[in-house]
Design a binder for this molecule. Sequence first.
Ligand code: FES
Length: 350
Amino acid sequence: MGHKVALSFEDGVTRFINVEPHETVADASYKARINIPLDCRDGACGTCKSFCESGKYDGGDYIDEALTDDEADAGYALPCQMRPLSDLVLQIPGTSEMAKTGIQEFTATIERLHWYADNTAGLTLSVGNRDQLHFLPGQYVNILVPGTDQERSYSFSSGPDERELRFLIRTAPNGAMTTYLKERAAVGDKLVLQGPVGSFFLRDIKRPVLLLAGGTGVAPQLSMLEKLASSGQQPAFPIHMAYGVTFDHDLVETEALEGYARSLEGFTFDAIVADKESNAPKKGYVTQHLLPEHLNGGDVDVYLCGPPAMVDAVRRYWAEAGIEPANFYYERFAVGVSSEQSAASVGAGA
Ligand code: FES
């Protein structure tokens, strides 16, 4: 039984390989015809040095010139030597094009189209070769809009281990996907997906986690929660979500969130509605409902998916509170013409 290793390239493309117990990551990449950067293959040159985002491994043998103790302690490893002891996520120093691989393409079928409200749709797809479509919770795919030359990016709201693929789609006036969904889409339609893509994904939980979602930005976070719930293990640290929307009808999947609050120890969430007329118990903006325990003095990993104004507001909030979170991963929606996209410009970073 091998381990699944996600190779995350600098251009946002992620490819997954299976690494058998006797193999190094470099051996398995070679077998999968993915040319990650390599030179000596002997732990001597450091060419393959990569950052391990998540998982456990045996680093193998190498010399200090290739990888120093400080680098190893910081999470760097040499794929030509490393053997996974669990599933891994590795940041590969190079683009997918350099590795002579690229984005994968899948044909999906519409199984369900559900309208939560006039401006928000839930799309459920199936893929025949589902076993070949791997993604990390939080990532997105590009969906080609049938009958057009346009594509839109949507984060999976389903968990990586679920058979069906689910997406939340916020509509935009005259948007290509909006027009397709409202006027032409039917169960059984075929859609082309390209991906997975993106560096906004759940890392190992090493400290309390704060999930901040704006509107349909809750989608990737639902995928993260589903992954945690299906792992069979309880999170070692508390996870709090602050989910902000403009109007009551923008709140979706609150039953799923309540389910996670029951099944995941230490998971709590607040649904916050900006509209002054709302009957919601919590009104205003997400930052108005963050408590000191949610920030944990800065020893917290923050994942934010929402519109650019929300990213900016949260950044200002950290600055004013004098708090620097240990890690701040975020993904902004695109604005303007493509505002119906749920995940377009990726900005994950510590
Ligand atoms: S290829 Fe030289 S250290 Fe890995």
